[in-house]
Ligand binder design. Structure first.
Ligand SMILES: *Cc1c(COP(=O)(O)O)cnc(C)c1O
Length: 239
């Protein structure tokens, strides 16, 4: 493998985020880059860490738990993948932010575990803005109701919204979805619901993060663009 590939890739992504901020008149500090390290070895995560990355995203509980003790303690871990209720107990108290809460029952489980451990858990609600059948997440229409229900649970705090946009050739095709999520977050913010803030918008991946930043993303989740293509075993269930 090329020496310093991860460092070079990070630099490139950083630069493009900066340019997107400039175009949108945003402060670069408003956007945090999450290095999505799923399927990648700890050695590569360490390359990213040494190049300055402190936010890492994983989509599997087991893999995240394996990597956590092997990485420095100041890493902020982001759970970005579909989360099963029976796995919640492993990550509560350890992850910085859960991006993928898509049902009241899952939120309830997180709340229950957080109470048990006497911690507070920050979460995002995952919205399936493009209404793709293959994706998890609630619809735009359902989101406010879910926010209101989840907001009443103890030891859980809704920090914002997340979406996974469709896989497209042209990133511009996803602008409409990022814009809709941002509008929804502004609408919900204006309702001043107790225990809810809408400061976080987690949107944009390797193919479309520049557009997402232009449309207000505060977290972009970039995997391939930093670590290269993922090689999945044939027949393996992945995302
Ligand atoms: C894998 C993944 C990403 C990163 O995808 P890339 O296209 O490799 O940047 C971002 N978000 C989620 C939820 C993912 O599962």
């Amino acid at each position: 493998m090329m020496q310093n590939m991860v460092r070079e890739n990070l630099k490139h992504v950083e630069q493009r985020i900066g340019e997107a901020c400039d175009r949108a008149g945003r402060d670069r500090k408003q956007v945090t880059l999450i290095s999505v390290s799923k399927t990648k070895p700890v050695s590569m995560l360490m390359e990213a860490y040494e190049a300055g990355s402190r936010d890492f995203g994983e989509n599997k509980v087991q893999e995240m738990m394996d990597k956590m003790p092997q990485m420095p303690p100041d890493v902020r871990w982001h759970m970005i993948g579909h989360l099963q209720r029976n796995k919640v107990k492993y990550i509560v108290g350890k992850v910085f932010l859960i991006h993928s809460v898509d049902s009241f029952r899952l939120a309830e489980e997180i709340s229950r575990e957080a109470v048990k451990q006497q911690v507070k858990v920050n979460i995002l609600l995952e919205v399936n803005v493009a209404q793709e059948e293959s994706k998890f997440g609630v619809t735009l229409q359902e989101t406010e109701d879910l926010v209101r229900q989840v907001a009443k649970l103890p030891n859980i705090h809704i920090s914002g919204l997340m979406t996974i946009a469709p896989f497209v050739e042209n990133a511009e095709d996803n602008r409409q979805y990022f814009r809709k999520l941002r509008k929804l977050s502004v609408d919900i913010e204006q309702k001043n619901i107790d225990n809810v803030s809408m400061n976080v918008l987690s949107m944009g991946m390797t193919g479309d993060y520049s557009v997402a930043v232009e449309e207000g993303a505060t977290y972009v989740r970039v995997g391939t663009g930093i670590f290269g293509e993922r090689a999945y075993a044939k027949g393996m269930v992945t995302e």
